[in-house]
Design a protein around this ligand. Structure first.
Ligand code: OSB
Ligand code: MG
Length: 370
């Protein structure tokens, strides 16, 4: 397949509920959407899910825009590739910038799957008819409000709850939730807010029957995670630290974690995400699909990925209405009794981007043709 034209759009949607983590506060989501058109006329869409600010990772909406326009798109245009595994090698000497790569690769995969009458889930090797869906809740300072939000999601049937924690919003908060919901599938995510000097606090989480503790320490600190994991019974799970299969291999080798969060954006796309899945599956390491508050395009890719057999834990891929009043695609991706349907018959990502809605929320546009 040859891509002859690429369009980029910065698109913003308000969140239905503001989202606070240890490092950021967000009321809206701005992602870069990528539209590719092949020589055959076939179109595909992708989404770069890096946040607007560099508080979760180094990449941002702005860096994705820059790297795509100046480097990734020029290295892809008019190049011949036969299957999705051949896309990333075209990016050659470009370092890092994995969210940017992932969005462009996703658009190419969508176009290629459509051309071949194949759904992305089927191409990946998915086997699940529905994926098990959890929710990730931002930090709420009012406990009554947090309980009301948890109640609402449990009533909707979600299979597990993830709470964001931060120094000062940790033990008391998680203890209160645990005592109110003794049998809830519960996990926490610190977004790298702690250091080994907090080991005492983190060890007390061990008494709260958590499924896992996600990214307690620095994004660049596998060694300290290995040290912490030795002192905890609860499995550690890494998110920010893992940018590639190589990172996963090293983390598991030194036992820096026992569970892996896979986000296609963070690792450079669906091809690398599947490699990580296969590697972990062969070693019986549980994986789950994380989220980046994706719009319907990136969300559809997450659902397809989570249909692979090794995704044995409920992920952060919730129904679109948890985030947005109106998403950008039809059909909207929604959870039903805590699970989301996987498309195997519809070609590509299985969702149709609504151009009028997308244009309405577009704040910047670029085309390789102009
Ligand atoms: O750390 O998993 C994270 C959202 C944006 C950036 C990082 C993270 C998150 C979430 C929410 O936890 C996941 C989602 O609901 O999409
Ligand atoms: Mg996380």
């Amino acid at each position: 397949m040859r891509i002859s034209q690429v369009e980029l759009r910065k698109v913003s949607l308000p969140l239905v509920r503001p989202f606070r983590t240890s490092s950021s506060y967000r009321q809206s989501i701005t992602h870069v959407l990528v539209r590719v058109q092949a020589e055959s006329g076939q179109v595909g869409w992708g989404e770069c899910s890096a946040p607007v600010d560099p508080y979760y990772c180094a990449e941002t909406t702005g860096t994705c825009w820059h790297i795509l326009k100046e480097f990734l798109v020029p290295s892809l245009l008019e190049q011949d590739w036969r299957e999705p595994g051949e896309i990333a090698p075209l990016f050659g000497p470009i370092k890092g910038n994995r969210f940017a790569r992932a969005g462009l690769e996703m658009a190419c995969i969508d176009a290629w799957c459509r051309e071949n009458g194949l759904s992305v889930a089927r191409w990946l090797g998915g086997i699940r008819a529905r994926i098990e869906s959890g929710v990730s809740l931002g930090i709420e300072t009012d406990l009554g409000r947090l309980f009301a939000i948890i109640d609402q999601h449990l009533a909707e049937g979600y299979a597990r709850i993830k709470l964001k924690i931060a120094p000062g919003h940790d033990l008391n908060l998680v203890r209160s939730v645990r005592s109110a919901y003794p049998s809830l599938k519960l996990q926490v995510d610190a977004n790298s807010a702690y250091t080994l000097t907090d080991t005492n606090t983190l060890r007390q989480l061990d008494d709260l029957q958590l499924l896992l503790i996600e990214q307690p320490l620095g994004d660049d600190d596998l060694i300290d995670h290995a040290e912490l994991q030795k002192q905890l019974v609860t499995p550690l799970c890494l998110d920010e630290s893992l940018h590639s299969l190589d990172d996963v291999r090293k983390a598991l080798q030194i036992q820096a974690c026992r569970v892996v969060n896979i986000k296609p954006g963070r690792v450079g796309g669906l091809v690398e995400a599947r490699r990580i899945h296969d590697y972990c599956q062969a070693r019986t390491i549980p994986v789950w699909c994380g989220g980046m508050h994706e719009f319907g395009i990136g969300r559809a890719a997450n659902v397809a990925l989570a249909s692979l057999p090794g995704f044995s834990l409920p992920g952060d891929v919730s129904g679109s209405s948890k985030y947005f009043e109106h998403d950008l695609v039809t059909p909207a991706i929604e959870a039903e009794r805590g699970t989301i349907f996987v498309y195997y018959e519809q070609p590509g990502l299985g969702v149709e981007p609504q151009l009028d809605r997308i244009e309405h929320h577009t704040t910047a546009f670029w085309s390789s043709a102009s």
